[in-house]
Design a protein around this ligand. Structure first.
Ligand SMILES: [Zn+2]
Length: 453
């Protein structure tokens, strides 16, 4: 079955152009002028809605198997489809077992089978003691490794110290895959927290003070040093502090293979505006000042930050300390850290990017092409071009909407974005020539699958 999607703005790697995206079965076969649309195809007039390549989100905690009461493949992939995201790369922790061995990877694959409304692929974990599992994981198909330099919030996924890293890095370098690093060191956080023992933990300022910029800065400096020594592909996840940008710029100027991501919450919220007790805003590293936020946008503009991914990390509402009858309510030291944003990320970034003069081409690069490259999936995702899979999203840039729980689609509709008004709304998401989300309605059966290298 052939279709022509006519739009004033088709976002391609060569820029945004008016015309028609022609698809047949599961593939794109041309992008042409509207006068060149062949007879007999079904025409979909998207008008001024833009057509973007399906977005690729390389930082998602799906939590299945093992903690599907937090999130799971069906709910996360539906939320992604509603947000124009067609590939999720799953983080190796918060699920049980954690993805640190090939057996655990196979358990995840088994659990995901037949459950996904969009595509997915796995990251593996680099933990304290699994060095001998790293290359087998690569051969089994993980797209890279994730590690924590600090306690990650759940016991099963151990943090890794310098000595353990030095044991792991030769294997990681040999794999050619990236090492994704949660870059915070415990030292500065422990020192700051010690001095806050009697502070009021309902205040956002207390939480912010407990996770100082130095924790990120020192961790990033350590990883840059090791990158110089071992020449592995270093990827900094969820960069929050703008104070690290100069170190990252210098390291990249040296030619070190470093990439950097940040997340919608760091680009949208500012510490000054977060109400005390609003534990929905808790994440680590924390949301920092307004000036810091603007410096992150500058770093996207100059290329120091390469991409924007969600760090979608939901949990049951009770863990966010939102229950008014509970003694821990509104306490930032007790609440789970994590912000879920799969269905909203594109709208959030579009809202913020357009007021700063950025275009859909920037957004497609930050949220589709570059994350696809990080995960080694550029051949399958990240661009609208003839010969590729017909996987794209139709995005109404003029529509505004208010975030209500029904919009969220993931397992627990908890969000710091509730009641905000965003500009730009996903109308439809197509996966390999079929709509998986269309004007609020999901496909009846899941057709997503794991993308293998
Ligand atoms: Zn994360």
């Amino acid at each position: 079955m052939a279709h022509a999607f006519v739009s004033n703005r088709i976002v391609t790697p060569r820029g945004t152009q008016p015309g028609a995206l022609l698809i047949e079965d599961s593939l794109i076969y041309a992008i042409c002028r509207t006068s060149e649309i062949p007879r007999g195809v079904t025409v979909h007039d998207c008008g001024n809605c833009a057509i973007l390549p399906g977005l690729v989100d390389t930082h998602v905690h799906i939590n299945q198997p093992g903690r599907t009461e937090w999130e799971g493949f069906p709910t996360a992939t539906r939320a992604a489809a509603a947000g124009g995201i067609t590939t999720l790369i799953d983080m190796p922790l918060n699920c049980l077992p954690e993805t640190t061995t090939v057996a655990a990877l196979e358990a995840k694959r088994e659990s995901a089978r037949g459950q996904c409304f969009v595509d997915w692929a796995p990251w593996g974990g680099a933990v304290a003691d699994n060095q001998q599992h790293l290359l087998p994981l690569a051969r089994a198909g993980v797209r890279g490794y994730k590690c924590f330099l600090i306690y990650p919030g759940c016991d099963g996924f151990t943090m890794i110290d310098r000595e353990q890293l030095e044991a792991a890095l030769p294997h990681i370098a040999e794999s050619g895959l990236p090492l994704l690093v949660h870059a915070e060191l415990a030292g500065p956080i422990d020192r700051a927290t010690e001095s806050l023992k009697t502070a009021d933990w309902h205040k956002y300022s207390t939480y912010l003070a407990s996770r100082p910029d130095e924790a990120e800065l020192e961790a990033i400096r350590l990883m840059i040093d090791l990158c110089r020594q071992y020449k592995y592909r270093l990827h900094i996840v969820h960069l929050s502090t703008a104070l690290a940008l100069d170190d990252l710029r210098r390291a990249r100027a040296e030619g070190l293979p470093i990439t950097v991501e940040t997340c919608p919450h760091y680009l949208h919220f500012a510490a000054e505006d977060i109400p005390d007790g609003s534990t929905m805003h808790k994440c680590a590293p924390p949301i920092r000042s307004r000036a810091n936020r603007e410096a992150l946008w500058q770093a996207l503009a100059d290329g120091t930050i390469d991409m924007i991914v969600t760090d979608h990390s939901p949990c049951p509402p009770a863990m966010k300390c939102l229950d008014p009858s509970h003694s821990a309510t509104g306490r930032f030291d007790q609440a789970w850290g994590g912000i879920a944003s799969l269905p909203l990320a594109l709208s959030i970034i579009h809202t913020e990017a357009t007021v700063r003069g950025f275009t859909l081409d920037h957004i497609a690069r930050w949220m589709s092409a570059v994350p696809a490259a990080l995960a080694g999936l550029s051949h399958r995702a990240g661009a609208l071009e003839p010969g590729r899979e017909a996987t794209f999203t139709i995005f109404d840039t003029e529509a505004t909407f208010t975030v209500v729980p029904d919009r969220l689609c993931y397992r627990h509709p908890v969000s710091p974005y509730l009641n905000e008004t965003l500009r730009g709304e996903v109308r439809a998401t197509w996966l390999r020539g079929e709509p998986v989300f269309n004007e609020g309605i999901f496909a009846p059966t899941p057709t997503g699958h794991e993308i293998k290298p």
